[in-house]
Design a protein around this ligand. Structure first.
Ligand code: FAD
Ligand code: FES
Length: 275
């Protein structure tokens, strides 16, 4: 980890929907490529030179070598500047930062992944990690919800997961046109959690979504008997350094950038002003 960014080249950008694009970066120097290892759920600080830096989750899997993929919503200064870059433009990347999902603890048990909207970004990395070593997990469920079919990120990939026999993946939207083109569910993510049929009492659950999403999902998970210590949520705070030095991301006695961004529900409820 360092406060000095490593130079990376924008290899490819692909629009996922009108508000989100996937950006693939390749580190310029070979030793930086070889050295860059990460866990699902970790993030990088992305710099657009002359504009600034923003924390962004890594959405590619840790087993995919030679590049990293970031799924980015155009939100403000840095992300808007990112969208205006042409292929082969240079950016700076620091990291990886944060704790990531506790994959070694999750292994050997059931895993349920619950995503809303852009929350799929860090969870896609976890999904890729799990599929790479599917035999290390028991039952695996994925529930992903968006506003409408057009805002389903990684649509083709997600629909392919629905067809797999070794995982239970379900997609839902808040609303869909009545023309029969949407084959998934319509309704809330919470409704689908029951339908996974997984024994949630002893299941690790990774949840990521917009702020309003957590309240209902967490209520549902607790009602179904999930353990507070086995629900893993990703918290977002303003970040500057990404490595525990500036204090911008502090909540209570925790630094979101180094103690998080992944917290168990148990840890999160003991932090001030979270809910
Ligand atoms: C650990 C972590 C991982 C993230 N992963 C992703 C990702 O994978 N993809 C992605 O698109 N975004 C992600 N974000 C959010 C992203 O960092 C912010 O949207 C960031 O502000 C974008 O920078 P900007 O300069 O474009 O926007 P800014 O000009 O900084 O601000 C845009 C707007 O967002 C608000 N804002 C800024 N930061 C936050 C925050 N952390 N929480 C809530 N509101 C905020 C500002 O007040 C402003 O209204 C992540 C954030 C964190 C902390
Ligand atoms: S971002 Fe600086 S301490 Fe966390």
């Amino acid at each position: 980890m360092s406060l000095v960014p490593v130079i990376a080249r924008l290899e490819e950008k692909r629009a996922l929907d009108p508000n989100h694009s996937l950006f693939r970066f390749i580190f310029e120097e070979e030793h930086a490529r070889d050295k860059f290892h990460f866990q699902p759920g970790q993030f990088v600080m992305l710099s657009i030179f002359g504009v600034g830096e923003a924390p962004i989750s890594i959405t590619s899997g840790p087993d995919e070598k030679g590049f990293i993929d970031l799924c980015v919503r155009k939100a403000g200064r840095v992300t808007t500047a990112l969208y205006s870059l042409e292929a082969n433009s240079k950016v700076g990347i620091r990291g990886p930062f944060g704790n990531g999902y506790p994959v070694d603890t999750m292994k050997g048990g059931n895993l349920l992944i619950v995503a809303g909207g852009l929350g799929i970004a860090p969870l896609r990395s976890l999904i890729r990690y799990v599929l790479w070593r599917r035999g290390s997990f028991k039952e695996v469920g994925i529930v992903y919800g968006t506003k409408n079919p057009a805002s389903l990120l990684f649509g083709e990939e997600m629909r392919e997961l629905v067809t797999r026999a070794d995982i239970k993946c379900m997609l839902t939207v808040d609303s869909a046109q009545d023309d029969g083109s949407w084959k998934g569910h319509v309704g809330s993510v919470t409704g689908l959690i029951d339908m996974t049929g997984m024994p949630l009492v002893d299941t690790s659950v990774a949840v990521c979504g917009p702020p309003g999403f957590y309240k209902y999902v967490l209520e549902k998970l607790l009602m179904l008997g999930c353990s507070k210590g086995k629900i893993y949520m990703s918290l977002e705070r303003r970040m500057e350094c990404g490595e525990g030095k500036c204090g911008h991301c502090v909540i209570g006695h925790k630094y979101t950038c180094i103690d998080g961004p992944i917290f168990t529900y148990w840890d999160a409820i003991n932090l001030p002003e979270i809910f």
